[in-house]
Design a protein around this ligand. Structure first.
Ligand SMILES: O=C(O)C(=O)C[C@@H](O)CO
Ligand SMILES: [Mg+2]
Length: 390
């Protein structure tokens, strides 16, 4: 079997969106005097869809969620010529070919995200070619079904957050993640706001539900050091990305500071990046996203690495490209799940683009043993609501 064509298309949402309100979610821009559209650091309303065709008619589908127009240009100009004419089963060779030939500029960030999209499509082809789901190619089913946590609870008024938390309980979720709205610039009153929001959610969910806390890199080390002891009484399952992704020593300091596990890795790349995080004991939970970290080929290696350090892997986002990895390793006890709703941040855009993602039932998702590949196809229903760049 040979790869004959690589097609990268950008899908930009032009349909209805919900605008985030002020203090919706702390983020890395909050430290600057002129934050500009700071929400833009994590809001993305476009996606790259990669379709790779083979000479026996199989089409594999991959995706990239970051900087879609740049990802498309990288795939078109650099990556497609490297994989066309090659056997998709040589996935490790093809990964190294893409990684090494773009190494000067591509090993982290959007270069690696573009490689991820191609790699995911290659794994989809392999699954379809042998008529097996991708998780069977990665080691098979290690759990009856995958527990997942509801991930939204952006900072709004506390009553709305409480109602939202209650809705996840009603749907049977046993874990959920909330976002902080305030950071260092907001002083003691912002600290109080942050603590009040956690108290409000805990009040509704009680002590028997796991609660994860997300900073999205919107704090700094000093602020996080002052917040962590104050948060201990809420017993969070983890505190996520308190500082910017490059401050690995900061993560390590915070991870040793209190009983609260520090999580990260959503903005880290390849097994080399994760080896650093693990060796420095910088994170207690690993959160790569397969569509950035280097695809399934890289994520599979990181799972093995994490297993040897006894650090759980709970990938960012969930969604099919991550679920197959979670299903096939004991290193991964759980998945994230973005509730389906109107387009707001962009995380939920995935469901407008693709169909086939499993719906959670009572806080669990399952994968079908008989659906070959990743099990995704383009969702025709919303195609006319996207500006599609060929
Ligand atoms: O789900 C996460 O971990 C994210 O970081 C999502 C992002 O949209 C910020 O909340
Ligand atoms: Mg996160």
């Amino acid at each position: 079997m040979k790869i004959t064509q690589v097609r990268a298309r950008v899908f930009e949402w032009k349909g209805h969106t919900v605008a985030p309100t002020d203090h919706f979610c702390s983020n890395a821009m909050d430290e600057l005097w002129d934050k500009g559209d700071s929400m833009g650091t994590f809001r993305f309303h476009g996606w790259t869809v990669v379709e790779i065709e083979t000479d026996n008619g199989i089409v594999g589908i991959g995706n990239v969620a970051l900087a879609p127009r740049i990802a498309k240009a990288i795939i078109d100009q650099y990556l497609a010529p490297l994989v066309i004419g090659q056997d998709p089963f040589d996935y490790e060779y093809l990964w190294q070919r893409m990684y090494r030939s773009t190494h000067a500029w591509g090993r982290k960030g959007i270069g690696m995200a573009a490689i991820s999209g191609v790699d995911i499509a290659i794994w989809d082809i392999m699954g379809k070619a042998v008529n097996k789901p991708v998780f069977k190619l990665l080691g098979g089913r290690t759990k009856e079904k995958i527990p997942c946590y509801a991930s939204k609870l952006y900072r709004t008024d506390l009553k709305s957050m409480q109602e939202e938390a209650q809705s996840y309980l009603d749907q049977g979720f046993k874990a959920m993640k909330m976002r902080f709205g305030y950071g260092p610039k907001d002083g003691p009153s912002g600290m109080r706001e942050n603590l009040n929001s956690v108290a409000a959610v805990r009040e509704v969910i009680g002590d028997d539900i796991d609660l994860m806390l997300e900073c999205y890199m919107g704090w700094n080390l000093d602020y996080a050091k002052r917040m962590l002891p104050r948060l201990e009484r809420f017993q969070p399952r983890w505190l996520e990305e308190p500082v910017i992704a490059d401050d690995i020593d900061g993560y390590a300091a915070l991870n040793q500071l209190t009983s609260i596990p520090i999580s990260g890795g959503e903005h880290e790349f390849t097994s080399y990046g994760f080896r650093q995080l693990l060796e420095k004991r910088a994170v207690s939970v690993i959160q790569y996203d397969t569509n950035r970290v280097g695809g399934i080929t890289a994520a599979h290696k990181i799972n093995a690495l994490a297993e040897s350090f006894s650090v759980p892997v709970i990938p960012h986002a969930g969604q099919m490209h991550n679920y197959h990895l979670t299903m096939s390793t004991l290193a991964s006890p759980m998945s994230e799940f973005f509730p389906v709703h109107d387009v707001e941040i962009g995380n939920e855009l995935f469901y407008y683009l693709f169909e086939g993602d499993p719906e959670p039932i009572n806080g669990f998702i399952d994968l079908d043993d008989n659906t070959p590949g990743l099990g995704l196809k383009l969702n025709e229903q919303y195609l006319n609501q996207f500006n599609i760049i060929e």
